[in-house]
Design a protein around this ligand. Structure first.
Ligand code: HPA
Length: 269
């Protein structure tokens, strides 16, 4: 694994991706944030050694390096999901490469179904904790040079970044919730009974990503900050027919607010 990480990292450094401050992984329909980046380098995933390619509509598959909110960032426009058939270990590689390129924090966004009855479509939830129901990406032999065998997950989402993000949201008059995100395999959306179950076990929102990337990032000791855009509701009496298209449409509507939070937050670091 380390050889592949180093190979990809050296390739990207050779393309001019040097000393980024932060990494961003953008979720379904949320790639528009990249229009706010002053692009210095842009690469298709298919041209990057060892990178998987995104197969899902709304995930373009581009790695973008540039200036964003006074900082240098590397953005992944399009992520990899377990349901695409990638093992979680393949999902791990890009996160590890971002760390080896030098990022200090990882920012993530996703589209999610709301389980908390106080949530509405279009709301933003700052993730404060998660329940991972995907296979753990660290299963298998551990390379101690990358991270320790048994990483602590007591503060998977960085408290300082959450505090700053809440201030940024308040200053910009953006309503946000805090809550627990549950990561599941997909690709099916949930049955009403599954939504109910996820709520009972403590989740406020459910989606098909993010938890593997955060686990890999914490293994690398990388502070994480993540937000969910609520694109549909898994709340009894409010469950409507959900499609990938409806998720994309709702995500795009809230993207501007999420971008403001990310820009201001990253600038302030
Ligand atoms: N369930 C799972 N994943 C999702 C949902 C959902 O309701 N909405 C967006 N991603």
């Amino acid at each position: 694994m380390l050889e592949k990480i180093n190979e990809t990292t050296e390739f990207l450094k050779g393309k001019g991706i040097l000393n980024p401050d932060a990494g961003i992984i953008l979720g379904t329909g949320l790639g528009g944030l990249t229009s706010k980046i002053r692009v210095l380098t842009e690469l298709d995933y298919k041209d990057i050694p060892n990178f998987p390619v995104s197969t899902v509509e709304g995930h373009e598959g581009k790695l973008i390096y540039g200036e964003f909110g006074k900082k240098r960032i590397v953005a992944m426009k399009g992520r990899f999901h377990f349901y695409e058939g990638y093992g979680t270990d393949r999902i791990a590689l890009p996160v590890r490469v971002l760390k080896y390129l030098g990022i200090k924090c990882l920012f993530l966004s996703n589209a999610a179904g709301g389980l908390n009855p106080d949530f509405q479509i279009g709301d933003i939830m700052i993730i404060t904790d998660h329940i991972n129901l995907l296979p753990n990406p660290l299963i298998g032999p551990n390379d101690d040079r990358i991270g320790e065998r048994f990483p602590d997950m007591g503060e998977a989402y960085d408290k300082y970044l959450i505090k700053r993000a809440l201030l940024v949201a308040e200053e910009n008059n953006i309503k946000v919730h805090k809550g627990t995100y549950l990561g599941t395999t997909g690709p099916t959306f949930e049955t009403p009974a599954e939504y109910k179950y996820f709520r009972i076990i403590g989740a406020d929102a459910v989606g098909m990503s993010t938890t593997p990337e955060v686990i890999v990032a914490r293994h690398l000791n990388l502070p994480c900050f993540a937000v969910s855009i609520i694109t549909d509701l898994g709340v009894e009496g409010k469950i409507a027919y959900t499609t990938h298209k409806s998720v994309l449409e709702e995500a795009v509507k809230t993207e501007e607010k999420m971008t403001t939070i990310m820009t201001e937050l990253i600038s302030s670091l």
